[in-house]
Write a protein that binds this ligand. Sequence first.
Ligand code: NAP
Length: 281
Amino acid sequence: MSATVMDGRATAATVVADVASRVSTLKRPPKLVFVQATDDAASASYVRSKARLAAKAGIDNETLKLPPTVDQEGLEATVRDLNVDDGVDGILVQLPLYPHLNAQSILEAIDPAKDVDGFHPENVGRLWLGQAAWAPATPQGVIELLDRHAIDVAGVNVTIVGRSMLVGKPAAALFLQRHASVTMVHSRSRDMVQHVRAADVIVAAAGRPGLIKREMVKAGAVAIDVGQSMSDGALVGDVAPDVAEVASFVTPTPGGTGPMTVAMVVKNTLLAYETRLGPNA
Ligand code: NAP
C-alpha cells in the first residue's frame, strides 16, 4: 500500500481562492497588520509569505518593522494603536521578538477580537471552553487539511507528538472539539512508541527529523507532519518518508502543513473582519 499524499500547497490555494471570492463581495477589503520586532531572517521570510498570500486573497496588509531600539512600551503602544484603528481587522505580532522584549505581555496587549494568531489568553481559554475563538493557524491548518480530504476524526485515536502552545496544545483542543480521543506525548513521555502505534491519526510536531518511523505506524493510519527542521540544507519533517508505505494519508515536507498555516492566517483575517462588522460586512 502507498499513502495518498495530501498536497498542502494545492489545498492552501483552494482555501485562499475561497477567501478571495468572499472578499470580493465585502464593503471593503479586510486588513491585516504584521508587527515585526525582530531581525530574524526566517521571521521576515514568514511575514513576506503571509503578506503575499493575503494580497492574493484581496486582503490589505501592512508590515510595521520596528527598529532594535524599540522598547516594551513602544511596542505595546504600537499594538494599542492598531487595536483602536477601526480599519484594522487582524494583528499579527511575529515571534520571536528582539531578545529584550517580553512576548507574553505583547500577546496579551492585542485586542482578542483582532488576534488572528490565537495566542491571547482569552482566545486560548475560549478554545478550551469550546467557545468561538481564534485558534493558532498551524493546528487549524491541520484540521482544514483533514476536512478537505473528507477525513472524519470523530471517535478515532489521535496522538499528538509535542505540547507547545503553538501546535500541540491547540491541536489537542481542536481534535477534542471534533470528538477525537486525544493522546499527547512529549519529550518526557515514557511510552511514545506505544501511543503512536495506537493512533489512527498522528500529528507529529516535535521538530525531530524522522522521529516517527515506519514500524511505529499502524497500517492505514493518517500521518500529519508538522515538524520542520533543516538537515543538510533541506527542509525535513518529523515523519520518516517510508511511513508512506504503511499509512493511508501522509503530508509532504515541504508542501504539507506549512502552506496550510499561511492560508489559515488569511482565512482568520476574513473571519475577524466578518465577526467585527457583523451584518454590515
Ligand atoms: P517546540 O515549542 O520546541 O515544541 C516541541 C515539542 O516537541 C515539545 O512539546 C517537546 O516536548 C516535544 N518533543 C521534542 N522532542 C521530542 C521527542 N524526542 N519525543 C517526543 N516529543 C518531543 O516546537 P513547536 O513550536 O511546537 O514546533 C514544533 C515543530 O513544528 C518544529 O519543527 C517547528 O519548526 C514546526 N512548525 C511547523 C509549522 C508549520 O507550519 N508546518 C508551524 C509551526 C512550527 P517538551 O514539551 O517535553 O519539551
